[in-house]
Design a binder for this molecule. Structure first.
Ligand code: HEC
Ligand code: HEC
Ligand code: HEC
Ligand code: HEC
Ligand code: HEC
Ligand code: HEC
Ligand code: HEC
Length: 415
């Protein structure tokens, strides 16, 4: 596994043009194809060929930074002008059904101005003493005030942004002297209380100032807003006053103005090409696509996040499964999750996904079509045993381990 990752990193690092599929020009077999044979490794381009036009059907995983260097759209790309984004309400005119369900997903609400946070409106005052410091978040007509006090000293700022819809928790961002800060305390659903924001130093801060939060460098800030909002950073730079909160249609499909204009003119064929349709991506690129925010295999290798904390990075975990092989459309994120719908919670509904590859009946042998062996233990609810929930202490909640495997009692968490 390690060898495979390293070779991918080296390959993509040194031969970017070979690995890269220019977004928007993918020539890839349909994602519904069940035939691995459709996905042969392409020959390296010959010198006379323009590498950007080489047809690719399979590739190695890439780091998001590399994807963002390739032409065309990719989630979290910052180069489009703001006026090219039209907003979800426009998409709803013609894609009403997809929009109605997408708006109910946590992704659509991945951030909100603090004044719109339901966590804060449902908890008019939250307060917690940690060591010498007393933290409080109080919401009222004057907005939401975040304060820290120690004995008679106290400091406060209004909260500007709430990140995360509180599936597990919610983290706050405020401004001080023009700079952005991440609050040291986050709200956690399982605690119904404040606790340390993941990534912050648990040591007692030396000053009230440090106890409030940590400075978000402009580059980090752009990343946060890049994954939790739409169009915060555009060709004009970072501008939170014109962003769209949450992961909207255009966070995934790219700016839609041209598509909408062409569709209004009933130029359907041209219009279809003017919007990014991820279903044309290969299996590996499809997982990297979600990985632009959920972190790709190579992103995690580069970040070198080890231990249970990497359970949050589903693309990395999934592609470390033996099931994944070199990539297969039956096991991409969208094979199990429709990004326009809420997460399905009934374990049994995932059985069909496993049985697209695994045989169930004793009589059935594995085949090219069904390369996965039969389970000697059970015939249903596969994910309950093979995709275990892993407790993540700093999030005070369990995450589903996307590394599909045989779980042995007492065995350490496999990195
Ligand atoms: C004026 C009507 C209209 C509006 C507004 C509109 N679309 Fe479409 N869209 C269509 C039509 C028509 C098609 C082609 C038929 C189909 O696939 O439903 C299409 C197709 C698509 C496709 C698939 C493209 C392909 O490869 O076939 C995507 C993705 C898409 N739209 C996204 C969006 C997004 C995102 C927005 C908002 C930014 C949007 N649309 C706004 C009419 C519209
Ligand atoms: C632009 C960034 C971005 C992209 C691209 C993205 N996600 Fe997400 N996703 C998020 C964020 C942020 C959250 C956390 C939302 C929250 O809970 O506040 C999330 C949460 C989720 C959840 C959890 C929902 C729940 O009920 O807790 C699922 C499932 C998911 N994403 C699937 C996908 C899939 C599948 C793709 C690729 C098709 C994808 N995401 C692409 C940013 C993104
Ligand atoms: C590279 C993309 C990315 C960046 C950068 C990022 N996030 Fe997220 N964030 C996600 C995704 C994807 C999820 C959903 C999966 C998970 O919980 O790990 C998430 C989840 C969360 C959650 C939990 C949401 C919930 O409903 O429980 C919080 C809180 C959060 N992020 C806050 C932040 C803050 C604050 C920053 C910046 C300081 C930030 N994130 C930066 C992608 C990102
Ligand atoms: C998290 C990423 C994400 C978000 C957000 C998202 N989509 Fe999609 N969309 C996808 C992916 C991946 C596909 C291709 C797979 C599929 O068909 O489900 C897709 C496919 C589509 C298609 C083409 C379906 C087809 O039959 O070919 C349309 C139309 C579409 N999306 C519209 C929308 C609209 C409208 C919104 C906002 C309300 C939206 N999407 C939000 C990721 C996203
Ligand atoms: C084989 C099916 C399968 C595939 C493929 C899959 N998931 Fe999941 N995913 C699940 C199941 C099962 C859950 C847990 C659902 C529940 O809470 O009951 C889940 C939960 C999640 C969650 C919610 C947080 C958590 O840990 O519980 C996120 C986010 C997520 N998946 C993202 C992704 C992304 C991104 C991909 C692609 C890399 C992906 N998933 C691929 C089955 C799958
Ligand atoms: C794309 C096809 C495919 C899908 C979908 C798939 N698997 Fe697999 N799985 C395989 C293959 C092939 C192997 C054998 C890999 C090997 O021997 O190297 C395997 C191996 C396994 C193993 C043994 C792992 C080990 O460490 O020995 C388990 C357990 C497993 N799969 C469970 C599942 C479950 C549960 C699901 C659904 C959540 C699933 N698989 C979905 C193809 C798949
Ligand atoms: C109750 C827990 C449980 C459930 C539910 C379950 N499994 Fe298993 N599975 C196991 C255990 C434990 C093993 C290891 C058995 C052994 O090594 O003797 C195993 C082994 C496997 C293997 C490896 C077989 C081999 O010969 O190497 C595969 C593949 C597999 N399961 C797939 C599945 C699929 C697909 C489903 C759903 C149809 C499923 N499992 C449901 C517990 C479960």
């Amino acid at each position: 596994m390690v060898a495979r990752i390293l070779s991918c990193v080296l390959l993509c690092g040194s031969l970017l043009t070979v690995c890269a599929v220019p977004a928007g020009t993918q020539e890839i077999s349909s994602s519904t194809s069940k035939n691995r044979a459709d996905q042969k490794v392409p020959a390296a381009p010959v010198a006379s060929e323009d590498p950007s036009r080489v047809r690719q059907t399979i590739e190695t995983p890439m780091a998001t930074a590399e994807r963002l260097e390739t032409p065309g759209w990719w989630p979290t790309k910052h180069s489009a002008p703001r006026q090219d984004f039209v907003g979800t309400a426009e998409c709803a005119r013609c894609h009403a059904t997809k929009t109605a369900t997408q708006l109910t997903t946590p992704m659509a609400h991945a951030s909100t101005p603090a004044s719109g946070s339901s966590v804060l409106s449902e908890h008019a005052r939250i307060s917690r003493k940690v060591g010498a410091y007393t933290y409080a978040v109080s919401s009222g007509r004057e907005g939401t005030i975040y304060s820290v006090s120690e004995d008679a000293k106290s400091t406060s700022e209004p909260l500007l942004w709430a990140f995360g819809v509180n599936q597990k928790g919610q983290t706050y961002v405020y401004q001080r002297n023009g700079a952005y800060y991440e609050a040291r305390m986050s709200f956690f659903k399982s605690l119904q209380d404040l606790d340390l924001t993941p990534g912050h130093d648990p040591e007692m801060p030396a000053s009230l100032e440090d106890a409030m939060g940590r400075l978000l460098e402009p580059s980090t800030l752009r990343l946060c807003f890049g994954c939790h909002t739409t169009a915060a950073t555009t060709s004009a730079g970072f501008d939170p006053s014109h962003l769209m909160p949450g992961v909207t249609c255009e966070a995934c499909h790219g700016p839609g103005a041209e598509h909408v204009a062409l569709m209004d003119d009933e130029k359907t064929e041209k219009g279809r090409l003017a919007i990014f349709n991820p279903s044309r991506l290969s299996a590996v690129a499809m997982v990297d696509f979600c990985g632009a925010c959920h972190r790709t295999l190579n992103d995690v290798v580069e970040m070198a996040t080890t231990g249970v904390e990497n359970v949050r990075f589903q693309p990395y975990r999934l592609e470390s499964s033996r099931c994944w092989g070199d990539g297969d459309a039956r096991l991409t994120c969208i094979a199990c999750h429709d990004p326009h719908q809420q997460l399905v919670r009934e374990a049994g509904t995932y059985d069909g996904k496993c049985l697209a590859c695994h045989v169930v009946e004793l009589a059935k042998k594995t085949s090219d079509d069904h390369p996965g062996k039969r389970c000697p233990v059970a015939k249903e609810n596969c994910v309950t045993c093979h995709m275990p929930r892993v407790d993540l202490p700093n999030m005070h909640a369990p995450f589903t381990d996307h590394r599909i495997r045989i779980v042995k009692r007492g065995a350490p968490y496999p990195n």
